[in-house]
Design a protein around this ligand. Structure first.
Ligand code: PLP
Length: 405
């Protein structure tokens, strides 16, 4: 049964009143002209405690401790913060997650490490419509090392499945790199089943969790994942340029080969020894000086996620995207929703296609209604569970329907 627009609009207040996480929407810095933020999957909003945390960091740690800060506080921070991301979002026991570098650089490091770990194999596997940076890095590595890329085609409104994975891996596969939640369709892969399929071929499973982390519960340890990587400025609200995280399962630590063996990932950084010997565990994935200042905002969001809990966050995400899809169907019947209707297979954003998308999004940005335009005709609506209210979703999608005309 399809609701009428008035009933559907009125439902926002009911949903907000019943939302156990509603209190968290006040924990973010309000934007001056913000009417509806529908792009939390591209750049999360700043947590309200960030300005004070940055100020305290500058005064107390940076100015207060100066160079002593490295020994006292900062050298261990990438691993400490990695552990907290691992526990709150990844289902990862401590010692396997590190915060360092950009997502792109970490993808390069993990893929290069996988190539080194499977010297007798010569194929890499990826979806043909994977996020550009992932494709570019994989292609360059394949080119430099004389490897073959097996591109997998998935339907536009879906992503990787165990069946598609089974058809593309084999005795020559080094590794498959797939997105846990697809950046375009929002397809949440059956990650444990895909992992098992890839590993049954003797290949390594690498998950890009950029659109998954902080919005869907991940269980990397329980699923037996080999490597994973993800962004910190999307649902982890770390801010523009926040360093990404990488996960390497403990069983790979002894053989992990960092292709950029820098001094701060070495066993004894300050001994200035001649030869490189790696630090214990995932810490060897660090190359040069980690971006400590850029971890301050991320830490504030990790604290919020720890307090709300990823299970409750996931429940709200499902409620938000379900409501958003219903609004789109009623208010924008000319749009095609290319996102799974099955909430169990859906992340926290949706994509719809409409011929007027480009001009509509440009107009909406000027009005403080902020979805994301995706070439050629897509609008992405990202619903960050802790910062987004149902009323905001309703305001945003109503404005979108008016702008699309
Ligand atoms: C956002 C995103 C990236 C971003 O990479 P950066 O190095 O942080 O710019 C990479 N891959 C996927 C799948 C993403 O969603």
């Amino acid at each position: 049964m399809t609701a009428n627009p008035a009933e559907l609009g009125a439902r926002a207040a009911v949903l907000d009143a019943a939302d156990p996480l509603a209190v968290y929407t006040a924990h973010f810095v309000p934007g001056d002209d913000l009417v509806a933020y529908l792009d939390g999957n591209s750049l999360g909003r700043p947590v309200a405690s960030v300005p004070a945390a940055l100020d305290a960091f500058v005064r107390t740690q940076w100015a207060g401790r100066l160079i002593r800060g490295w020994d006292e506080l900062w050298l261990t921070r990438p691993a400490e913060l990695g552990d907290r991301v691992g526990a709150a979002c990844l289902g990862a026991a401590s010692g396997q997650t590190i915060v360092a570098d950009s997502t792109s650089v970490l993808i390069f490091k993990l893929l290069r490490a996988a190539i080194a770990a499977r010297p007798d194999r010569d194929e890499l596997v990826m979806l043909s419509d994977e996020f550009p940076t992932d494709r570019f890095i994989l292609e360059r590595l394949a080119d430099d090392h004389g490897l073959t890329v097996r591109w997998v085609d998935a339907p536009l409104d879906a992503g990787i499945t165990p069946e598609l994975a089974a058809a593309s891996v084999g005795p020559r596969t080094i590794a498959a790199l797939f997105s846990g939640v697809a950046y375009r369709s929002s397809w949440w892969a059956d990650m444990p089943a895909v992992t098992a399929t890839v590993q049954a071929a003797g290949a390594l499973m690498i998950w890009d969790c950029s659109h998954a982390v902080g919005s869907v519960p991940l269980e990397l340890d329980a699923w037996g994942v080999d490597y994973a990587v993800g962004c910190s400025y999307k649902y982890l609200n770390g801010g523009p340029g926040a360093p990404a995280w990488a996960y390497v399962a403990a069983r790979h630590h002894d053989t992990l080969r960092n292709p950029i063996p820098g001094w701060l990932g070495a066993a004894a950084p300050f001994s200035m020894t001649e030869g490189y010997s790696p630090a214990q565990g995932v810490a060897s994935l660090v190359s040069g000086t980690p971006p400590i200042l850029n971890m301050v905002a991320l830490e504030q969001m990790v604290q919020l996620i720890e307090s709300a809990g990823i299970t409750a966050i996931r429940e709200k995400s499902i409620a938000l995207t379900t409501y958003a899809i219903e609004l789109v169907e009623v208010l924008i019947p000319a749009a095609t929703v290319s996102t799974p209707r099955d909430s169990a297979r859906r992340g926290s954003h949706l994509t719809l296609d409409h011929p007027n998308s480009a001009i509509a999004v440009e107009r909406l940005w000027a009005q403080g209604v902020i979805p994301d335009f995706r070439h050629p005709s897509g609008v992405r609506i990202g619903l960050s569970p802790l910062s987004t209210s149902f009323a905001e979703v309703e305001r945003g999608i109503r404005a979108l329907s008016e702008a699309l005309g």
